[in-house]
Design a protein around this ligand. Sequence first.
Ligand code: FNR
Ligand code: 8K6
Length: 346
Amino acid sequence: MTADLFQPYALNASITLNNKILMAPLTRCQADDDLVPTQAMADYYARRADAGLIISEAVIIRPDGQGYPNTPGLFTPEQIQGWQKVTSAVHAKGGKIFAQLWHTGRVAHSHFFGGPTVAPSAVKIEGTVPRQRELAYEIPKALTGEEIAQLVADYSQAAANAIDAGFDGVEIHGANAYLIDQFLHHDSNRRDDEFGGTPENMARFPLAVVDAIIKRIGQDRTALRVSPGAYVNMQGDSRDRAVFDYFLKQLESRQLAYLHVGIFDDALTFDYLDGRVSDYVRAHYSQTLVGVGSYSAETGAQAIADGRFDLLAIGRPFIANPDYVVRVRDRQPLVSYSDEMLAELV
Ligand code: FNR
Ligand code: 8K6
C-alpha cells in the first residue's frame, strides 16, 4: 500500500517530486536574534532532503508578521543569505524545498517589533504567546486600504527573495488563523469596505496576494495552504462556508503548484463544511491537493488510493525521524514524537 508513496509526482511542467511524501511546515523558533537561519537549521533540513518536497517552517515576510520568538525572516540580505545555506544543503542531497510565507496578523505581538499589530479588524484573540506566556495578545489595528496594498507588495517581494535564496517555490501561508486566513473568516473580518462583508470582498486580499506572487515568480512555483475549518485562534461561523466556496472556485483558474490543507487532525469534522476539511476542499477544487493531519504513511497512502488527496504531508513524525522516508520505505519502526523534541534541532 505505501509503495505508491514512492512514485514520482509531477506538480507541473517544471517541477517533479521524487516521491509523494512532503515534509509539512514546522515552526522551530531556532533562527538567530536577527531572524537569520543558522547552520544548524541547514543541517536539520538537509537531513530530511529525501522528502519529495520540504515545506520550510513558516517564514515572516516583514517585522510586524512575527508572533513567536526566533522565527526566521525573508526580508533582509542576511536572512536571504542564511536561507541560501539551507537551500544549497538540501539541493546538494537531491531534495527540493519551498519557503512558507507568513504574516501572523493578530497573532503577532508588538514585543517582537515595537508594534502595532495589524489585522483585518480590531478584534483580538484571547490568550498568550506560546513560549512567552507573559505576553498577552493585543487588540490589533485594522488595516487601511493603503496598508493592505503595501502588504500585497511585501508578500510579492518576499516571494522574489525566496527565489533569490534558492527556494524551488513558495507556499503562501493562508491557513491556521494567521493574516490571510483572518480575512476569510467572519470572526476576524468585520470590515464593511471592499475587503469584508461578502465572499467576493473577503477573498479579495488573499487572491491579490496569490496573483501578485504568481505574477512575480510564476504559477508553477506558487502554492497555497488554507484552513476552511476554524480550529485554533478562530471561532467557526457557518457563513464562512460561502467564502471558501467562492475562494476555492477562484483558485481553480490560478493553476497553482498545489493546494494544501491546514489542520492538525484531519479526522475532525466541521458542521458547516459537511465533514472533514480535506473532503470539503476536494469536492470544490479539482487540482493537486495535499492532505495532512495525524496521518501515518499507511493511512495517508490509503487516503491517496481512495482519491481523497494526491500528496501526503507529514509533520510531527518528521521531527522525531529525520530519516522518515527511508524508515517507511524499508519498513523500519518509527520513533514516536513528543513535544520535548522541539527544544533542539536534530
Ligand atoms: C506546526 N504546523 C505548522 N503549520 C504551518 O502551516 N506552518 C508552520 O510553521 C507550522 N508549525 C508547526 C510547528 C509545530 C511544532 C507543529 C507540531 C505543527 C502544523 C503542521 O504543518 C501540520 O499541519 C500538523 O503538525 C499536522 O500534521 P502531523 O504532525 O499530524 O503530521
Ligand atoms: C511554540 C512556538 C511555535 C508555535 C508554532 C505553531 C505551532 C503550533 C501550535 C498551534 C496550536 C495547535 C492547536 C491544535 C489544535 C488541535 C485541535 C483539535
